[in-house]
Write a protein that binds this ligand. Structure first.
Ligand SMILES: [Zn+2]
Length: 213
């Protein structure tokens, strides 16, 4: 192992436990049905730790994490990460992100279907918008983009690229009939953004029920 690999390993050792705990928490809440979803955090400039494919996320341990570089090559591992790894890497390459969470919750899936036609969901005037980094007022209107689903990751990468890091867009996006990607500079920030999105989707879905009667 060279120096960089050793440093990445010690970082994995230091933060892997808290990270696995966060993943288990999200799994236990039903956000990752049927071994779906995947999660990652940055170890250094060139490496991330990511969940291996096909694990039950409510029982995830540090042993279910693997290290890859920003081109997706496994480091010291013969295991494989999910096909969706490319979407994590796009966020790390294009933004100053330290943690990416990808989930398939009921609300995320419903909202992605209901609001896909308008290309995204406008989140307007909510106090909870202040949960997103850099936001200090409720008095604004942020976009949660929604892009079409595909089994060919470059299609999704291309669809979301223009929105990443853009002003007026939350650090998250929905994939239609699929789920959510959300990120932050570190685990705590990603978790806070995740919780805000879940709550705001709840509000929007409930509002829709009242409006249609
Ligand atoms: Zn997925």
């Amino acid at each position: 192992l060279n120096n960089a690999a050793l440093l990445a390993n010690s970082r994995l050792h230091r933060d892997g436990h808290a990270f696995a705990q966060l993943v288990r928490e999200l799994g236990a809440k039903g956000y990752t049905p049927a071994t779906s979803s995947n999660f990652s955090f940055r170890l250094d400039r060139d490496c991330i730790a990511i969940t291996v494919s096909g694990r039950d996320k409510s029982a995830l341990t540090e042993q279910d994490l693997m290290v890859i570089d920003l081109d997706g090559r496994a480091i010291n591992s013969a295991r494989r990460s999910s096909a969706e790894t490319a979407l994590h890497l796009q966020i790390y390459r294009q933004l100053n992100a330290g943690c990416v969470l990808h989930t398939h919750s009921l609300k995320q899936t419903l909202a992605s279907r209901l609001f896909a036609r308008q290309g995204g969901l406008r989140l307007q005037g909510y106090e909870l918008l202040k949960a997103f980094p850099g936001v200090s007022t409720h008095d604004l209107d942020l976009l949660l983009p929604i892009v079409p689903n595909s089994q060919h990751m470059p299609d999704i990468e291309q669809a979301i690229a223009p929105y990443l890091g853009r002003e007026g867009v939350v650090p998250a996006y929905l994939i239609e009939n699929h789920g959510l990607y959300v990120w932050g500079r570190d685990m705590a920030e990603a978790k806070r953004a995740f919780e805000a999105i879940e709550f705001l989707l709840d509000c929007e879905l409930e509002l829709l029920k009242f409006q249609s009667h």
